[in-house]
Design a protein around this ligand. Structure first.
Ligand code: NZQ
Ligand code: ZN
Length: 388
């Protein structure tokens, strides 16, 4: 491992079929006023809302609701929640939902008591937080982002077409997260496989960088193998507890900082997807999937040994008699075949992008990269490759 690192993760995880039993004792650590944050209604249909409300009532909490937090959570919704927190002196924000709800809850937590334009200051200018924040906790119902155990919060300014992500210091992490794999049984196949590609992308964004012998890379390979194995089962059998629980834990482990230790990391696929979402409102994981294959075909030659390792370790590519380029490209082709077999989306057109949007999307992307630092012209070429 080449680089020094500091590792810290304060989130407590309760995992398993009975994990919601821990909500009641945890709630005793917080004051009376709870902001319940949730999405567009799935938790009302599948009964999770009723279960959580019953526990809140038992604990004699005063409940305020911030509902309708939709995928790719909007800045306007975050500000609405922030106003509620400040006006009602909320003690804890309890997010019940997927990454969008948890991200929005964190956004509310840091902006409720912020002076001025919190989004500009914290998401765009990356200022340090210098105001009071409100504790957040989560009951996770959709798997992929890792938001349940990290400080990430991705918020969309729909007016200016900017989807901005910030990894906040760990005091913004959920204090505790409740992960019951059974709560994900009602997630549609489309959302489930979208979440799975998000997990894979988090793994790859960290894996495709560096040339040192790094424990993090071996851990990432383990997570990738587990999630690829489990999603094949869950696609056939959505209520398979073992497969769903493995996918759930893979998601948490892929983005709770553990596998990023001593890694330079890439994150350009995410930077491009965020702007793709800002223009199309597409599902995060599906956007990542559509961008990844052309992106990796474009950059693989700059990190050839790692792409060869990826092909052999993850996709069991037989390298006999093949050049390194052939092996690396075969690995990416295997990933594309797998994605299509699972029902993931591999073109921008299917996600609602038009050809006219592509230059604006490309020009608005943040520039980063691992093995190759791409510029806006190169991003446009990559987007054209994944258009249809
Ligand atoms: O809104 P409801 O009705 O709850 O429906 C949701 C939503 O439509 C539905 N859903 C959730 N749990 C369900 C369910 N449907 C049936 N049964 C359940 N148990 O699923 C849909 C998608 O939910 P969403 O929360 O949007 O998905 P996801 O978890 O993929 O979150 C995506 C957001 O997280 C950001 C993305 O950019 C995107 O905005 N990310 C956050 C990260 C972080 N905090 O570290 C990192 C990621 O890279 C990502 O950028
Ligand atoms: Zn992601």
């Amino acid at each position: 491992m080449k680089f020094d690192f500091t590792f810290e993760n304060p989130t407590k995880i309760y995992f398993g079929k009975n994990s919601l039993d821990n909500l009641e004792p945890e709630l005793k650590n917080y004051g009376k006023k709870i902001l319940l944050a949730y999405g567009g209604g799935s938790i009302k249909k599948n009964g999770i809302y009723d279960k959580v409300i019953a526990i809140l009532k038992k604990c004699d909490k005063e409940v305020f609701e911030c509902s309708g937090i939709l995928p790719n959570p909007a800045l306007s919704k975050m500000l609405e929640g922030a106003k509620m927190v400040k006006e009602n002196n909320i003690d804890l924000i309890l997010a019940v939902g997927g990454g969008s709800v948890v991200d929005c809850a964190k956004g509310i937590a840091v902006s409720a008591y912020a002076e001025g334009d919190a989004f500009q200051r914290y998401w765009i200018n990356f200022e340090d937080i210098n105001n009071k924040t409100v504790p957040v906790a989560s009951v996770l119902t959709m798997v992929g982002t890792g938001s349940e155990m990290n400080g990430g919060s991705v918020i969309s300014d729909t007016v200016n077409k900017v989807k901005a992500g910030r990894v906040f210091p760990s005091f913004v992490n959920p204090k505790f997260s409740i992960l019951n794999p059974e709560f994900t049984f009602t997630v549609s196949k489309y959302q489930m496989v979208s979440g799975v590609f998000d997990i894979m992308s988090h793994c790859m964004e960290q894996y495709f960088s560096g040339d040192d012998d790094n424990t993090s890379d071996y851990l990432i390979e383990g997570i990738l193998k587990s999630v690829i194995h489990s999603v094949k089962i869950a696609v056939q059998d959505p209520n398979n507890y073992e497969a769903r629980s493995n996918i759930m834990w893979c998601a948490t482990m892929a983005l709770n900082k553990v596998v990023g230790c001593s890694k330079e990391q890439d994150w350009e696929v995410h930077a491009i997807e965020h702007q793709l979402s800002a223009y199309t409102n597409c599902s995060h994981g599906m956007g990542l999937c559509a961008i990844s294959m052309p992106y990796y075909r474009y950059i693989y030659k700059y990190g050839l040994p790692k792409f060869v390792r990826f092909a052999k370790e993850i996709w069991n590519v037989d390298a006999t008699g093949k050049s390194d380029d052939e092996v690396a490209l075969e690995g990416i082709a295997c990933m594309e075949k797998f994605a299509k077999e699972c029902g993931m989306i591999t073109t921008l057109k299917e996600l609602g992008a038009t050809k006219e949007m592509l230059p604006d999307i490309a020009n608005s992307c943040l520039l980063g990269g691992g093995y190759k630092k791409v510029n806006h012209e190169e991003i446009l070429e990559i987007l054209k490759q994944c258009y249809e």
